[in-house]
Design a binder for this molecule. Sequence first.
Ligand SMILES: NC(=O)c1ccc[n+]([C@@H]2O[C@H](COP(=O)([O-])OP(=O)(O)OC[C@H]3O[C@@H](n4cnc5c(N)ncnc54)[C@H](OP(=O)(O)O)[C@@H]3O)[C@@H](O)[C@H]2O)c1
Length: 264
Amino acid sequence: MTDQTDQVQRVAVVTGATSGIGLAVARLLAGQGHRVFIGARSAENVAATVKQLTDEGLDVDGAAVDVRDKAAIRTWIQTAVDRYGTLDVVVNNAGRSGGGVTADIADELWDDVIDTNLNSVFRVTREALTTGGMRDKNRGRIINIASTAGKQGVVLGAPYSASKHGVVGFTKALGNELAPTGITVNAVCPGYVETPMAQRVRQGYAAAYDTDEAAILEKFQAKIPLGRYSTPEEVAGLVGYLASDTAASITSQALNVCGGLGNF
Ligand SMILES: NC(=O)c1ccc[n+]([C@@H]2O[C@H](COP(=O)([O-])OP(=O)(O)OC[C@H]3O[C@@H](n4cnc5c(N)ncnc54)[C@H](OP(=O)(O)O)[C@@H]3O)[C@@H](O)[C@H]2O)c1
């Protein structure tokens, strides 16, 4: 699938691209003709993913980054620019689950979920606009992977829901701010997507409700009008569309990919 309208290949960065949704996004953007620079904490997984995608004939490179670390983010964005040139597309995808009985949540868990899921989106975006050179261009795409939990409350998921509501709010504010510049800012809100994170979430609920993962899977699937989890590729499809030229008038939106789970 090619979406490039000129000869110059656009540059995209994707956080958390060694697994699940981020990996599908990196593969799809590269398939569209972007040069894709990926990041995640595990250097070993970044190297393995770069090799995997390069072996598929895609133009992908990457480096380790912890999106909770301001200095590491700066280095990572600079490395991406040195490798491929200034940025055209940023996908803030890295994230973690996290919750429990709210009265029992430790400060460390709360802070880590907010740092990983929300503060990172601001910091990576700021660095992409400055060090990444996006603010000097007349076209750009910032795409934040939020969640339907960023629009509705998730029981036993207060820190996660709070972080994702924050991502949606940040997206709407920055989208309005940057609209005159040609840079669009949107959130993609997955519902339940079959990834390693989804497996960990089911394990957590099975422990909290003293049941097994199969029972949790059945309970979750029953809530989804479509009757099944979405795939990472289905989420990536919307990211790819938002990155395209045709999506130039879509900004400040939070769009669900959720099999009907979310209604707004
Ligand atoms: N799966 C779902 O049902 C679902 C639903 C709604 C929203 N989402 C959102 O979609 C995004 C991706 O989720 P997923 O299900 O694909 O998760 P996943 O399979 O667990 O993958 C998470 C990715 O993020 C990276 N990562 C985690 N913490 C990081 C950090 N501090 N710095 C840099 N990279 C980090 C991981 O690599 P390392 O561990 O090596 O860092 C991995 O590459 C998340 O923002 C999540 O909240 C998922």
